[in-house]
Design a binder for this molecule. Structure first.
Ligand code: GTP
Ligand code: MG
Length: 351
């Protein structure tokens, strides 16, 4: 196994280990609950311990790419993950097709790049979904408008204006991963030791961009489908790439849906302007629908607030509340079953 220098953060390097052979490592790839973990001894193919699997009450309790973990090697190539070390940040979305379950996309990120292409992929409402989960996770967002070689100067101006109108403070980088134009602007933001995640629909060019930044073909890429002009879901698992400058880039498969879990704080941060305007409503619990003295409706009618932005804000808040209700219901049901099982065991012991 090839030994590699690993920059383990001091707070993780100094934790007491459960066994002599145990070590600390970082998850660098995840493939359906199988993980590649980089340790100072080299890369192990690892699964999680039975105890961790049993105790996990949601997918968020299991490791994800970017996590620092304690692992016990079984031999020179395989290991078992015993513990996930406390996360500094986490990017979580609602699991596709579920109303009460979250999926951890990646952990310990410093920043996330939302990659958007022009044309059909250009969608500010979806961008606000990404922003909400990124802010909720305590991560800094950037917007990357890719494929600039495919649009003219006028179209570029319109895209930039549309984003700036809704989110004037969001750092925006326009570039072409094909021609290389503007790529220096993203490279300049990368700090050694920091971890960055690339998010966006299939086919927007996430892997192409990471390859370009890395200076070599580290990840597979594929042309869009001829029939639909959409991405063909080339990247199928999450993977962390280390750059020569010491920063880490995480590639992710294109997401079909960006559902929210409980993301109230992230939504409030994303829509900070609406929250600030609402403070001037006459009633503290104003629903902004028909109450007199509503500052939000006034802002919409005099053009200070985009009605589309307000509608998206309401939609995302509803989704976050719905998730919390479903999650509460599921946990209560689980508790009831646990109590029934405990009572059954108690009675059985007596008889
Ligand atoms: N014209 C143009 N094509 C690009 C650009 N960036 C990427 N592409 C092309 O878009 C296609 C899809 O790129 P990928 O990098 O595989 O896209 P992805 O976002 O990683 O897609 P998934 O892995 O499916 O999520 C490839 O054919 C790339 O060559 C760009 O800036 N301009
Ligand atoms: Mg890809």
């Amino acid at each position: 196994m090839k030994k590699q220098k690993l920059h383990i953060p001091r707070e993780y390097a100094e934790i007491p280990l459960p066994a002599v052979a145990a070590c600390v490592g970082r998850v660098i790839a995840e493939h359906r609950q199988r993980y590649n973990v980089q340790s100072e001894q080299g890369v192990y193919a690892a699964g999680v311990s039975g105890k961790m699997l049993f105790l996990a009450d949601s997918g968020e309790a299991l490791p994800a790419v970017g996590d620092w973990v304690v692992l016990i090697p079984s031999d020179s190539a395989t290991a078992v993950i015993e513990t996930v070390l406390p996360r500094k940040s986490a990017l979580i979305r609602r699991l596709s097709g579920r109303t009460d379950s979250g999926q951890l996309i990646a952990a310990n990120l410093n920043a996330a790049f939302i990659v958007m292409a022009g044309g059909e992929d250009f969608n500010i409402n979806r961008m606000e979904r990404y922003l909400s989960i990124i802010h909720e996770g305590g991560i800094k967002p950037y917007l990357v408008l890719n494929k600039s070689d495919l649009f003219d100067a006028e179209t570029r101006k319109n895209y930039i204006a549309a984003i700036g109108e809704r989110h004037p403070d969001l750092p925006l980088i326009t570039l072409s991963a094909k021609s290389g134009e503007g790529v220096i602007d993203i490279i300049k933001t990368l700090i050694p030791g920091n971890t960055y995640c690339f998010l966006g629909s299939s086919g927007v060019g996430k892997s192409t961009l990471i390859n370009l930044i890395a200076g070599e073909e580290r990840l597979p890429t594929r042309p869009l489908s001829d029939a639909s002009s959409k991405g063909v879901h080339t990247t199928t698992f999450r993977e962390l790439v280390e750059l020569n400058n010491g920063s880490y880039l995480i590639d992710t498969p294109g997401l079909r849906e960006v559902g929210l879990t409980a993301a109230d704080a992230g939504i409030e941060q994303t829509f900070g302007d609406i929250v600030a305007i609402a403070e001037h409503c006459r009633f503290r619990d104003c629903s902004h629908l028909n109450e007199p003295g509503c500052a939000v409706r006034a802002a919409i009618s005099d053009g200070r607030l985009s009605p589309d932005k307000f509608e998206n804000y309401l939609r995302l808040r509803k989704e976050s509340e719905h998730y919390q209700m479903e999650d509460y219901r599921r946990r209560r049901q689980e508790r009831q079953f646990t109590n029934i099982l405990r009572e059954y065991k108690r009675i059985k012991k007596k008889t």
